[in-house]
Design a protein around this ligand. Structure first.
Ligand code: ATP
Ligand code: MG
Length: 337
């Protein structure tokens, strides 16, 4: 993935600078000279391979996001609604006072990365391959506690450099619950209500935090709903807010939330992801078949869904891995059918 932060330092500086310089130089040169021919061919080839920070490459498609959330995301009616409203509110406002900060919470395989992907695909022409999307995974990019100070300054430079390059940058922080609190505090100034920091405005950027924190509490709420005979579809954000805040704000174990991000209310939306059930896993199986270009086969999707482990032990309602590893299970059952 080209937007993924793989390393720091010189390589990254070049990575940021080359497309920007090229985007800035080519436009005036080509059009300023009015040159057709070779220059325009070079420009076209350049544009084909590289993307620029312009409305040609970055434009929010709210209808597209709505359709994707409705048709491609299963079992997440609460998250769907919040994500769409948050994105519409932010992207349709030219005068945001701070960047958008979304925090996605839920058990494994419930669609947190998938939703980030849907958001990306409906903003950036290149989707997750956009060079304006930057992903960090706590255990991969910041594994050593002893290097925290180095990570801090690298992260600051990385965020600032990328937003200078393109104000509509998107930063995805995965495994937020495993990230050092000091590192999270480093992000704070960039997501706060500042007009500019050192001449750079961050108010068009999007920050997405992903974590499993709160997943168990969310599950408790869904279980209570079921046990009292109520319909999952009737669960609202309000029903889940208390569970989320208990597990995020009051959990002394979860050190990373003891940061100024929370104290200062800098997270705009906490978005709960519900645990997935058998029928959602079947839907994931059918969707995966379509992605692989296979003919829809409900029997095969059933086989795959039956192969997942469900909890709690007594009732076996929720898939313990959500929709994760559906793709490989599908390959296995197809080959052994
Ligand atoms: N609710 C869902 N609707 C449709 N597909 C889903 C859903 N949840 C998961 N998937 C499928 O499963 C894959 C894995 O899910 P994803 O990576 O989004 O999980 P996650 O919530 O980020 O899990 P983790 O906490 O382990 O990182 C996705 O790429 C997608 O294909
Ligand atoms: Mg994930």
């Amino acid at each position: 993935m080209s937007g993924t932060c793989k390393t720091f330092g010189f390589v990254l500086t070049c990575y940021i600078l080359i497309p920007t310089v090229a985007c800035q130089l080519f436009t005036p040169v080509v059009f300023g000279m009015g040159a057709a021919g070779a220059a325009s061919i070079v420009w076209r080839v350049y544009k084909y391979y590289y993307e620029c920070c312009s409305s040609k490459w970055i434009a929010f498609n709210s209808t597209g996001l709505n359709v994707d959330l409705k048709q491609r995301l299963f079992g997440q009616h609460v998250a769907s609604r919040v994500v769409l409203n948050a994105m519409k509110g932010f992207m349709n406002n030219n005068n945001n006072k701070k960047p958008l900060v979304l925090s996605l919470h839920g058990l494994t395989g419930t669609g947190k990365n998938f939703v980030s992907q849907l958001i990306a695909e409906n903003i950036y022409k290149k989707g997750m391959d956009s060079s304006f999307i930057h992903q960090f995974v706590a255990t991969v990019h910041f594994p050593h506690k002893s290097k925290i100070n180095t990570y801090k300054s690298q992260l600051q430079r990385w965020i600032k450099g990328n937003v200078t390059n393109c104000p509509q940058s998107m930063f995805i922080f995965d495994e937020m619950d495993k990230m050092h609190p000091g590192l999270i505090d480093t992000i704070k100034p960039y997501v706060d209500y500042y007009k500019e920091i050192d001449g750079v405005s961050f108010n068009q950027a999007i920050f997405i935090f992903l974590s499993n924190a709160g997943g168990e509490m969310i599950t408790e709420v869904v279980l209570d709903f079921r046990r009292s005979g109520k319909d999952r579809a009737d669960i609202t954000l309000k029903d889940l807010e208390k569970a989320l805040s208990l597990s995020i704000f009051n959990n002394k174990e979860s050190g990373f939330w003891h940061t100024s991000l929370i104290d200062k209310n800098l997270v705009d939306f906490f978005i709960p992801f519900l645990p997935l059930e058998y029928q959602h896993v079947v839907q994931c199986g059918m969707a995966e078949m379509a992605t692989k270009g296979l003919k829809p086969n409900h029997t095969l999707a059933d086989l795959v869904a039956k192969d997942m482990i469900y909890f709690p032990k007594s009732e076996k309602i929720f898939s313990s891995k959500g929709c994760k590893s559906i793709s490989s299970k599908l390959d296995f059952y197809r080959d052994h059918a």
